[in-house]
Design a protein around this ligand. Structure first.
Ligand code: PLP
Length: 387
């Protein structure tokens, strides 16, 4: 039986080009990029090439604007805590604006800042998961140092109006950060087009290896580090660089940006085909998120009367891999904070299922998925006692 992986929003396999590029850096060129000798220099040169590749992929004006970190989580923490600490050290203000639907890597960093004495505004979203630009403007005060709004949501795929937000922030000294971990590679963009000061991307969501990510830091933007040690990454991110992962990340980034336009068109067609068939053939299903301002590879669905997790487990038995919208933590069911912020009922939240497509996804896979899903839903709904 073939397996179908529809969970690319969780992580993706390493593409061959990235794999081939990184392999020599495990054994042959294993050096510490900080060492002066030739073994170190080879690692250093490989990292600087990757930095150029990431800078090119993002349309940054210089490779110096790229800081490598170990993960998207770390890059988000560095952007938020780093910007806040620097600003407060120079008495520039103590207020941060974010949204209620951010990834935990942003939300928890903001909660940490609150414990450190900062004020944080968590903006609401509408029923499609979008932040209103006017709400951002209204929340601004003369104390606001940072606005952090994700480019696209990892659960429901809703795309935020980052360009519009940045245009309105032009008169404000507040920095704009966006978590573009899901957005990058799915929608073509450059950092100057978006008008952001800080932007996070991660390697393992774009067919690169785990253990590498980057924070774009616009020239002139100052941050304090959140780790302390040596002088690597302009002392913003000390510790020996993860050469193999960074090399693979560089290659994957460049290819992701080159392929983003074609891939966004291809995936949008597949996504819309899948949603059309689901509506026509299954019914009793709600699409969570925005109809059009949504990631090309994301469908967040609530099948009425059936829990998402039950569907996930039945599909798993058939080697079809998807994600449920509600997290099962410490044995307790937790409704998604994103769906709750969108005003969805607990029922809709527990019913939600996230299907995310990627490079290997084909129409044939979707056809197979829909047939199997029909059988799963038929079975699960047959278990519901008649009223
Ligand atoms: C995956 C993800 C992260 C976290 O990235 P890691 O590299 O897994 O730490 C942050 N933000 C978004 C939107 C994500 O999808």
């Amino acid at each position: 039986m073939k397996t179908i992986y529809f969970d690319y929003a969780a992580t993706s396999p390493v593409r061959q080009e990235a794999m081939d590029a990184m392999l020599p850096y495990f054994q042959q060129h294993f050096g510490n990029s900080g060492s002066i000798h030739d073994v170190g220099t080879r690692a250093h040169q490989a990292i600087e090439l990757a930095r150029k590749q990431v800078a090119t992929a993002l349309g940054a004006s210089s490779p110096r604007e790229i800081i490598f970190t170990s993960s998207g989580t770390e890059a988000n923490n560095l952007a938020i805590i780093g910007a806040a600490r620097y600003a407060s050290r120079f008495n520039k203000g103590n207020h941060v604006i974010t949204s209620q639907i951010e990834h935990p890597a942003v939300l928890e960093a903001c909660r940490f800042l609150e414990r450190e004495g900062f004020d944080v505004t968590y903006l609401p979203v509408d029923s499609t998961g979008q932040v209103a630009v006017e709400d951002v403007i209204q929340a601004l005060t003369d104390q606001t140092i940072l606005v952090s709004i994700m480019a696209a949501n990892n659960e429901v795929g809703t795309i935020q109006p980052i360009k519009e937000i940045s245009q309105h922030l032009r008169q404000s000294p507040a920095l704009l950060h966006t978590d573009a971990v899901q957005y990058f590679g799915k929608v073509p963009f450059t950092v100057s087009e978006l008008g952001v000061d800080l932007l996070t991307i991660g390697s393992h969501k774009i067919y690169g290896p785990k253990g590498a990510a980057a924070l774009f830091v616009r020239k002139g933007v100052q941050l304090d580090p959140i780790l302390f040690g040596g002088g690597q990454e302009r002392a913003l991110r000390p510790s020996t660089l993860n050469t193999p992962s960074i090399v693979g990340f560089g290659v994957a980034s460049l290819l992701a940006s080159k392929e983003a336009k074609a891939e966004s068109i291809r995936l949008t067609t597949l996504r819309d085909y899948c949603w059309k068939r689901l509506q026509e053939e299954i019914g009793s299903v709600t699409l969570n998120g925005h109809d059009t301002h949504r990631l090309p590879n994301n469908l967040n669905l609530s099948f009425h009367q059936v829990e998402g997790q039950a569907i996930l487990l039945e599909l798993n038995r058939k080697q079809i891999y998807v994600s449920s919208g509600s997290a099962c933590s410490s044995g307790k069911h937790q409704a998604s904070h994103v769906l709750k912020a969108m005003g969805k009922s607990d029922d809709i939240a527990y019913q939600s299922l996230r299907v995310s497509f990627g490079k290997e996804t084909s129409k044939e896979e979707i056809d197979f998925f829909i047939d199997e899903l029909k059988a799963v839903l038929h079975y699960l709904r047959s278990l519901i006692p008649a009223e």
